[in-house]
Write a protein that binds this ligand. Structure first.
Ligand code: HEC
Ligand code: HEC
Length: 163
């Protein structure tokens, strides 16, 4: 009788194990955008990737890109001016691939990815010491920690915090 029950438990355990083994493992912190294909454009890559890496368009809403593209001569203390046809092509590319679910507050759109609520929230576990590390320099220096940033890969698996 007792042996019987024990065998039943063992059977149950095996069934549970098998079921668990074939079930897809859910990721706890899936950012919907992470599964979107990475948008690229050769002119954008060349022009907007020359001083820093070319920031993925999906990380800012369209109104932010529009505002940024109208002030390229005074771009965070740099002159990033473009000729009109290039500005038009890059502007259209950014617009088309801008983040749809990144809402900006009414008023002046945020120009820095690093100042969006989304970014601050996603990085709130990064300690002050890490941000101050000279190997990081600026939060805008995504590639300091995201080893796949150059190809638009920001997945958690490719994060390596410099020491
Ligand atoms: C002449 C150099 C230069 C060029 C060209 C340039 N940028 Fe920048 N960009 C900068 C500098 C400098 C910063 C400030 C970086 C920092 O704070 O660490 C910056 C910052 C940014 C930021 C904010 C990053 C953040 O979240 O803090 C965005 C977005 C950006 N650039 C987009 C663009 C786009 C789009 C283009 C192409 C149209 C472009 N940049 C071309 C120099 C340049
Ligand atoms: C100092 C290191 C560091 C820098 C610099 C940095 N990040 Fe991160 N990033 C992290 C860490 C750590 C996480 C959180 C991983 C977690 O616990 O979910 C993260 C998370 C993310 C995520 C979400 C990943 C996911 O799959 O959930 C994105 C997207 C991202 N960062 C983009 C950027 C962008 C864009 C920049 C530059 C503008 C940047 N990060 C700069 C360290 C950094």
């Amino acid at each position: 009788m007792l042996l019987d029950i024990r065998n039943k438990f063992r059977m149950l355990a095996v069934v549970v194990l098998l079921a668990g083994g074939t079930m897809p493992v859910a990721h706890a912190d899936d950012d919907d955008d992470e599964r979107m294909p990475v948008a690229t454009n050769a002119l954008w890559q060349a022009e907007c990737g020359s001083c820093h890496l070319a920031y993925p368009p999906r990380l800012l809403p369209a109104e932010s890109w529009q505002e940024l593209m109208t002030g390229l001569d005074k771009h965070f203390g740099s002159d990033a001016s473009l000729d009109a046809p290039s500005a038009r092509e890059i502007g259209a590319f950014l617009d088309k691939n801008a983040g749809r679910n990144r809402h900006s507050k009414p008023g002046k759109p945020v120009l820095r990815i690093t100042e969006t609520r989304w970014f601050v929230h996603e990085h709130d576990e990064v300690s002050a010491d890490v941000w101050k590390n000279p190997k990081v320099k600026s939060a805008a220096n995504c590639a300091a920690c995201h080893t796949g940033a150059e190809t638009g890969n920001y997945s958690e698996r490719s994060i390596k915090i410099p020491r």
